[in-house]
Design a binder for this molecule. Structure first.
Ligand SMILES: Nc1ncnc2c1ncn2[C@@H]1O[C@H](COP(=O)(O)OP(=O)(O)O)[C@@H](O)[C@H]1O
Ligand SMILES: [Mg+2]
Length: 339
């Protein structure tokens, strides 16, 4: 069963989900995902749907496998995140098929844009940067790990391990032995920081902008763990784009500062917030290196830009900046000196 095959899909929708063929007005394979098949199903009755089916082998150059069970983690993510976030930030789950590892959710209506594409064109709206920061803060702050069921799937970190720790962090440590100590220590610390819900893929690529509002997608790496990971992972996107697009560098600099300021002020008061910053610095450094040396390098960075980023990460890991603002400043100054 392959949802990208129209015949299979129509048959599946009719026989397994009771959706007659005449209700389906269009089927469109959606591009962009690396770890799933994603298909838009346009319907006559009611809102359009997006179906997602997990792939066992991810669509990256490197051999990289992951258990298709993770699609059910995504469904759990949607259920958990919806009440934590603003209306409209998380789409409605429609069904979850445990046997075929398929989920269906409501489609974000057109017209919408993928935020990453806008950012890469140098279109950086402060209002969206603020939403991106406050949405993450809400997720981290509003979740109560104590109230989450003891046997709930978010307590399991296997997908964080197999999709982030190994391919991003441990792989980078293998590639750059100089920083093995830094990364291994961070991995150990992170494993022990079981604090709140962590999205695990908090990236502009997984944000659609509809009606000036962000919609967050793609929750298969969600788990209870270290919130600093999400902040470092997401900051990496602003900083790597500052590297890639010198003409928009100062905008990405401002966006990174605004993003962190928004997040920091919105989590203030949470029991874990006052000690978070050094971990954010470490995860930012590790993710910035991982996106040039790990198994999932940023596709838009040219090899010179990758080299630049790597060099700065390696230097900075020897004496990490003390604050996130100092890290941002240091990287931007370094980039400006390079060019
Ligand atoms: N609910 C949705 N509404 C509209 N488009 C969607 C929806 N879900 C996914 N997409 C589109 O499909 C792409 C891939 O989906 P995503 O959930 O990010 O899958 P992957 O895990 O493969 O990255 C998204 O970038 C987006 O363009
Ligand atoms: Mg995605």
């Amino acid at each position: 069963m392959d949802i990208e095959n129209t015949e299979h899909l129509l048959d599946y929708l009719e026989k397994q989900q009771g959706i007659p063929g005449e209700d389906v007005t269009g089927i469109q394979v959606l591009a962009g995902g690396v770890s799933n098949r994603t298909v838009l199903v346009q319907r006559k009755e009611g809102p359009d749907w997006v179906l997602k089916q997990a792939l066992e082998k991810l669509r990256v150059a490197d051999d990289w496998f992951s258990d298709p069970e993770r699609i059910h983690r995504e469904a759990e993510g949607m259920r958990v995140l919806k009440p934590l976030t603003e209306e409209g930030a998380i789409v409605q789950l429609v069904f979850e098929d445990l046997r075929h590892h398929i989920i269906a959710m409501e489609a974000v209506p057109e017209p919408h844009v993928n935020w990453k594409l806008d950012l890469l064109k140098g279109r950086i709206q402060s209002s969206l940067v603020i939403q991106f920061g406050s949405c993450l803060a809400r997720i981290h702050r509003n979740f109560d790990a104590k109230k989450y069921p003891a046997d709930g799937s978010l307590r399991d970190q296997q997908f964080f391990e197999s999709l982030r720790v190994e391919p991003y962090y441990l792989r980078s440590a293998e590639q750059v032995p100089e920083v093995k100590g830094f990364i291994e220590e961070l991995v150990e610390t992170t494993r022990a920081r079981v604090i709140t819900v962590v999205h695990g893929d908090y990236s502009p690529k997984n944000i659609l902008v509809y009606n000036e509002q962000i919609v967050l997608l793609d929750h298969e790496v969600i788990h209870i763990g270290d919130p600093a990971f999400d902040v470092g992972f997401s900051l990496t996107h602003f900083l790597s784009k500052a590297n890639h697009l010198p003409e928009h560098r100062s905008l990405f600099n401002s966006a990174a500062l605004l993003y962190w300021a928004t997040y920091e002020s919105s989590v203030e008061g949470a029991s874990w917030a006052s000690t978070l910053e050094p971990f954010v610095v470490s995860h930012t450094l590790a993710c910035m290196l991982a996106r040039v040396e790990g198994r999932s390098p940023l596709e838009y960075l040219a090899s010179e830009a990758k080299q630049r980023q790597k060099q700065w990460c390696v230097q900075s890991m020897k004496r990490p900046p003390l604050t996130v603002n100092a890290l941002i400043k240091s990287y931007i100054e370094y980039l400006n000196e390079c060019l």
